[in-house]
Design a protein around this ligand. Structure first.
Ligand code: SAM
Length: 264
């Protein structure tokens, strides 16, 4: 299905509580954004998105109300959801990782504290990161805003992943392909992914994990492998802790979309 021609229209993310029938109740910040920042005039259109896959064509009334004209069908998401587990780099590196991997299509971001993680994020970071993800999703015309989880220690994140991937309704494991980026070992991510995607029955989710400035410890690599991760390489050069998640996401997104195009 082609994306309809709504190019150029601005996106605004709407919480479920803001929608009542075909009316949207806008917040003060959204009114300011539409009127002052975007200079939208009453009667002009924008795209309202619920951040979970739905877009609507909406018309602003010049006040706190916008009217939904109709839903817009779109396909800007990756064919298989991609979960990024990222050992938080120091400084504001997470901001850049969140912004760029959102543009590239990640479905979920799991910040992780590994043994060599130096950052101690302040409690208000999660709200800031979610705002960055929302803005990046609007800017890059995503249908979904990636979900951001609170930072967890690496072993707890691995356990949570295992729990999340166990589909209790069908009482069977969902097919997950999980990759651990390791700077000096492992098969090429490209090759491992090609192999996974060429098998019958595509995975329902792809997970990729990248380490901190000092890299993963041997114990962390072993824990990941015990949780069915494959150790993979992104090439011969050592990438920064900020560059690696962006490179891995780019590579996976490219492969997923190429294999989707080939199967059409
Ligand atoms: N100090 C570590 C070392 O010497 O092995 C390098 C860590 S690197 C700066 C940070 C993270 O980026 C690594 O833990 C890994 O997840 C990822 N990374 C960097 N370059 C990579 C590569 N060529 N292949 C796979 N992962 C890489």
């Amino acid at each position: 299905m082609d994306t309809p021609d709504v190019g150029g229209l601005q996106r605004v993310t709407i919480a479920p509580s803001q929608q009542q029938g075909d009316q949207l109740h806008l917040s003060d910040a959204q009114i300011h954004y539409l009127g002052r920042v975007l200079r939208l005039q009453p009667g002009e259109s924008f795209i309202a998105m619920d951040g979970q896959g739905t877009w609507w064509l909406a018309t602003w009334q010049g006040n706190a109300i916008a009217h939904i004209a109709h839903e817009i069908l779109a396909t800007t998401e990756l064919p298989i959801p991609l979960v990024l587990m990222v050992a938080m780099p120091k400084g504001n590196g997470m901001d850049e990782i969140i912004r760029q991997t959102t543009e590239l299509g990640v479905a979920e971001i799991w910040p992780v504290m590994s043994d060599r993680t130096l950052l101690q994020p302040s409690p208000n970071k999660l709200g800031r990161w979610q705002r960055i993800a929302t803005e990046a999703a609007e800017q890059s015309e995503r249908q979904r805003v990636p979900k951001l989880y609170p930072p967890r220690p690496w072993p707890a994140a691995l356990e949570a992943l295992q729990m999340a991937t166990h589909d209790s309704s069908e009482s069977k494991e969902r097919a997950i392909a999980a990759f651990l980026c390791t700077a000096r070992q492992g098969v090429l991510l490209r090759d491992s992914l090609s192999q996974v995607l060429s098998q019958s029955g595509s995975p329902t989710q792809i997970v990729v994990a990248t380490g901190p400035e000092g890299g993963w410890t041997d114990a962390e690599v072993e824990q990941a492998i015990a949780h069915s991760f494959t150790a993979v390489s992104l090439g011969r050069r050592i990438l920064r802790a900020i560059t690696a998640p962006i490179a891995a996401t780019t590579l996976i997104a490219h492969h997923l979309e190429a294999s989707q195009a080939m199967s059409r």
